[in-house]
Design a protein around this ligand. Sequence first.
Ligand code: SF4
Ligand code: SF4
Length: 116
Amino acid sequence: MPPPLSAPAASVDAPPALLDCQSCGACCASFRVSFYWGEADDAPMGTVPVTLTQPVSPHLRCMSGTQTQPVRCVALQGVVGQQVGCGIYAQRSTTCREVQPGDEQCLKARRRWQLD
Ligand code: SF4
Ligand code: SF4
């Protein structure tokens, strides 16, 4: 999932990335992004701003904007498929951190957005 819009471009020494999250954002605008409620910052060790989330069940919350159609996480900045960033990158949930460029969820989201 995409780093902030202000994030520096990859180092010239870094190996070329297969897929560039900063010009994508499809996974943040395709699925419900839910996670254990304790990851929200109204819990002692939580980081995700609770004001950007909605309850899903007694044990789950999700990012606002990802529970209804058209899906778009409220923290996503920019234009999907052009230039995007996550407004809460350092505070994002484990669900967001688990999606990796090129994995099954990523490719499914990119297909939805016809980016492949
Ligand atoms: S769909 Fe894949 S390439 Fe696009 S932002 Fe998500 S992880 Fe990155
Ligand atoms: S919190 Fe950030 S990484 Fe997670 S879905 Fe929203 S915009 Fe994407």
